[in-house]
Design a protein around this ligand. Structure first.
Ligand SMILES: Nc1ncnc2c1ncn2[C@@H]1O[C@H](COP(=O)(O)OP(=O)(O)OP(=O)(O)O)[C@@H](O)[C@H]1O
Ligand SMILES: [Mg+2]
Length: 343
């Protein structure tokens, strides 16, 4: 019989609790991530969605140990990657894990590739770093990976330079690089935003296919709720450095419970309208400045449902069951006296 703890360990690849990231500047610290907690199940695709500046990339960089130092400061009760606490690793320890156990694919592959090195050498670099393989073996493995990610005529493409590949092929090469050491977790930060719609669909299908075949767990960062609906098992909606709603994809779309999420879903363009995959649906108002957050709920200045308490006290996460949480006073018990204190 398997005991419960073991089951939990094998089912969850990543478990993040109370992640906080701050930048310390002349004008005092600015907390860009606050109270971030979420899990990634094995073989699952977990979405991070939110407006520009909400902290999606910063969450990824915090996990990867890539938040710029010394201004940036990351703390967490726990960032457990399959038994290793990323929050406790030294810079050297993180280097050993990056590219091997956890890897990342960025929006614009051209900026993460060196223009004067052949593609195969770069895609194979994690193997050189982590497994010390010989050049011949690396080249053979890169060829296998190129085949796996569907790069046509892969042998001829090994010796190409990045500019000789189309955007879609470069992104396939980057995914090959991300997966070459068979990481436990791949983080894809807007992996298709720079691509045309057809190529975008192909890359998304490729990621789904890799998840199905290899069982890679993926954190998928996107502005696009359509992509979330199509790709993700679980979703975390971010607003001003916090997760404001998290749920499985079905519950999120069927029972959106935070007014921000409801606003986003209500403003998705209809199929008949022109759809821009690059922008979030817009809801009135602006994301607050993180250095000057409003008192109470961060969303309250834009919220049509705001009650007096929302302007006074920051809400915690309300448990709506089945792992569905919303950071909103509508779902939290609160005392009417708190409301009277305001007036
Ligand atoms: N080096 C830095 N120093 C200080 N603040 C930073 C730094 N990098 C990012 N930030 C701030 O952190 C917050 C979150 O940024 P992040 O890049 O994670 O947003 P995002 O959700 O990925 O947005 P986008 O959709 O535009 O990529 C923003 O307010 C941003 O200004
Ligand atoms: Mg980003």
């Amino acid at each position: 019989m398997t005991n419960k703890i073991e089951t939990a360990k094998t089912d969850t690849v990543l478990s993040v609790r109370d992640l906080r990231t701050e930048f310390r500047g002349d004008r005092g610290p600015v907390r860009v991530l606050d109270d971030i907690s979420f899990d990634v199940g094995r073989g699952k695709i977990v979405g991070l969605v939110g407006e520009s500046g909400s902290g999606k990339s910063m969450t990824a960089l915090s996990l990867m140990g890539l938040v710029p130092k010394p201004q940036g400061h990351v703390s967490a009760t726990r960032m457990d990657l399959d038994g290793t606490d990323l929050a406790k690793l030294s810079p050297d320890g993180l280097r050993r894990i990056r590219g091997r156990d956890i890897s990342m694919v960025f929006q614009e592959p051209m900026t993460s590739l060196n223009p004067v090195r052949k593609v195969w050498e770069q895609v194979g670099e994690p193997l050189a770093i982590h497994q010390g393989l010989k050049r011949r073996d690396i080249r053979a493995r890169v060829l296998e990976m190129f085949e796996m990610v569907g790069i046509p005529d892969p042998k001829a493409r090994l010796d190409a330079y990045p500019h000789q590949l189309s955007g879609g092929l470069r992104q396939r090469a980057m995914i090959a690089m991300g997966l070459i050491c068979e990481p436990k977790l791949l983080i894809a930060d807007e992996p298709t935003t720079a691509l045309d719609v057809t190529t975008q669909a192909q890359i998304l299908r490729l990621m789904q296919d890799l998840r199905d075949r290899v069982g890679t767990s993926i954190i998928l960062i996107t502005h696009d709720l359509g992509i979330i609906a199509e790709m993700c098992d679980e979703v975390n909606v971010m607003y001003a450095g916090q997760i404001i709603e998290q749920a499985n994809v079905f519950d999120l779309f069927e029972r959106p419970s935070h007014p921000y999420t409801r606003g986003l879903l209500a403003s998705i363009p209809k199929a008949t309208e022109q759809r821009s995959s690059h922008r979030m649906p817009s809801i009135p108002g602006m994301v607050p400045n993180l250095a000057k957050l409003p008192p109470g709920c961060r969303f309250s200045p834009r919220c049509g449902d705001a009650m007096p308490i929302c302007l006074q006290k920051e809400p915690g996460l309300a448990d709506l069951g089945r792992g569905h949480n919303a950071r909103c006073w509508l779902h939290l018990p609160h005392d009417a006296t708190t409301q009277r204190e305001a007036s």
